[in-house]
Design a protein around this ligand. Sequence first.
Ligand code: GCB
Length: 588
Amino acid sequence: MYLQINNRKCRSLNGQWGFFADNMGAFGLKRSRNVFEGLNPCEDDRALEYDVDAFDTISVPGDWNTQQKEYFLFEGFGWYAKRLELSESERESIAKGERLFLRLDGVNYGVDVWWNGELIASEECPFLPLSFELKSEQLQSSNLLVIRVDARRMEHRIPAERYDWFNYGGLIRGVRLVRMPTQFIAQAAYHSTEIIELNEAGAVVNGKYTVVCDGASEASSFELELSISELAYQQRIDLSSTETVLSLDGLKVRLWEPGQPQLYAAQLTLYRDGQIVDSIDQKIGFKQIEVDGTQVLLNRKPLYLKGTAYHEERLGKEGGKPRNLDDVRELIDLAEELGSNFLRLAHYPYDESWLAECDARGLLVWDEIPVYWEITYEDARTQKIIQDSATRMVEVSRGHACILCHAMANETWELPGRKEAMTLAYKAFKQLDPSTPVTAAFNAPFRDGCYDVESVDHSIYEYMDVVGLNEYGGWYNPPLAELKNANVIVGSKPLFITEFGAAGPMDTSGPDDKLWNLDSQKAIYESQIAMFERCEGLSGFTPWVVKDFRSTLRANGFQKGWNRKGLVDPEGNKKPVFETVRQAFSQR
Ligand code: GCB
């Protein structure tokens, strides 16, 4: 289930955990499984060889790769162990009906969870929040939590075995225990703003609030109240099912948009037989996205995207997943310095703190499920991960004001079963968040001096509300000289460039037509940007990529395990192209 955190009080389990790197996947087999049953190795010979209390330690959140040298290239099973005390009063309240959930904010990749030796969950829904309920009878005063993270790259997974980034494994995001009342609001998301009237002072809008409650039984009567005090707005309804969609009509608001990120505090309260049983606070924003021919309209105005594209990798020469909010903020600061209005959070779902930051800063966001390059669409396991990822990603993001579009793929092509499998993602997106455009990033060959996405027969193209194009003119193909008169064809839908770029290793220089130096990187950018300016009707562009990032695919002498196409180097030092892009954005 998806348990939204909002402002709920949680007990953080972040910090030091026991850790064992198991390259054979040997634990959990036969007698060795006793290791996570918490048996005392001195008292019980079945556990003689294993002792979770003697594991090395590791920090959570954090990938394991950048925490110790010997884990750097480790892609197997990582076993995490933590002992947890629960007070008598905590256990009593849970025995009386309060509920307790273990929440993993995001794991790479698969996960199995044992609570006091009992397997309570096995999931493959990478990078997204997972919650598991712990029942009163499973709780003791001292408990052992063991989590196995399976970070192997596998053909049936998304992404599959080959991709251009680094496989940072482990409990990459926070872990917490969440105590909830018997009946509670599990999810609440405001979305689908429709502008009815627009003037200088603001707008009159309609919108929808989807609320999912858990535990509400027929024996009692439940009511749900929404209040937005700044707007003097209140609505109270009887709950007839666990999922409810509230219609908000005729609200006079200031709209949310880049440069004016107006947010409002909303409060939802759940009543049982007239008594408050649960309540949450969240921040919402009102913005309308429409597609009009080949234009994207934000609050009825044409939108030109000045984008910054990311990997979720922190600044610093080691790389690694962000470990705290400051790491995330430093990365988003770069987009603001560039003058961007849009972040492409490529190629997998990012921690929710990115979305909250972008809500507050007024930056639009593209989120993306990891359907990347080769995918085994016909495999039922793959289909399930695609559908679960699409559903969970949108459950997390749809209530955020910053969301511009949901992406179902990056650079995929016609392999058997593609359309059928991607229909699952499309339906999940549209069912949960009908007003947000669906998109994907496509390749198009450079033919007759042009890039034309519609010249390629992509079976998923019909699902696109807006289209992303990745092209690497000047870098992969064609050479820089041919870019001078090149063009991008905008077809029947809004099109924006989701990737272009060139590598620029630090401290290099050279002629424009020779690759692998900062000067030719800049020349390629200038030529590319000139092409975008020539291209009529283009909806914006996004350089690939803000920062050099680790990738095992990148193995020449300039790369040494890093994709060097960043506007800044791993530590955040700016390359000359940073200024090129900043200026181009400032002229828009
Ligand atoms: C692409 C991919 C991106 C790569 C990039 C590159 O088209 O979408 O993940 O990192 O090219 O640098 O080749």
